[in-house]
Design a protein around this ligand. Structure first.
Ligand code: AMP
Length: 119
């Protein structure tokens, strides 16, 4: 994916990463930050983002495989931390505006809880 500089990431998630606007952190490591979605669509709704500014999965390239894999493994760690790994959870990434992507910074939605709609 095209990687943009951290300091000038203009998206709302860039501002969250730089501490310019508040967020409810649930997990952080060298590559990743995770926080509660401001408008939860399920009992548990967490956003998991890379600290590097990648636009979205629509830009994914072979060189991004390690980072994208890290995000998936991190999602499972967060599910364990939140107590939803055994009952089940859903990961979604919206890739592009036509799929509903509002924030042009890659993110996984981690959703869990009794009211998840089926596909
Ligand atoms: P998407 O539509 O896939 O781009 O998802 C963007 C998500 O970001 C939505 O679920 C929003 O509710 C969420 N969101 C937007 N602004 C914030 C914020 N300041 N803090 C936490 N979540 C946010």
């Amino acid at each position: 994916m095209t990687r943009h500089p951290f300091a000038t990431n203009p998206t709302i998630f860039g501002k969250i990463l730089r501490g310019e606007i508040p967020s409810k952190k649930v997990y952080e490591d060298d590559l990743t930050y995770a926080f509660e979605d401001i408008a939860p669509k399920a009992e548990t709704h967490i956003l998991i983002i890379p600290k590097q500014h990648l636009i979205g999965n629509q830009d994914a390239q072979t060189g991004d495989a390690a980072l994208l894999g890290h995000l998936m493994v991190t999602a499972n760690k967060i599910a364990i931390q939140l107590g939803v790994q055994q009952t089940g959870y859903r990961l979604i990434t919206n890739a592009g505006e036509g799929a509903g992507q509002q924030v042009p910074h890659f993110h996984l939605h981690l959703l869990a809880g009794p009211s998840l709609p089926g596909f």
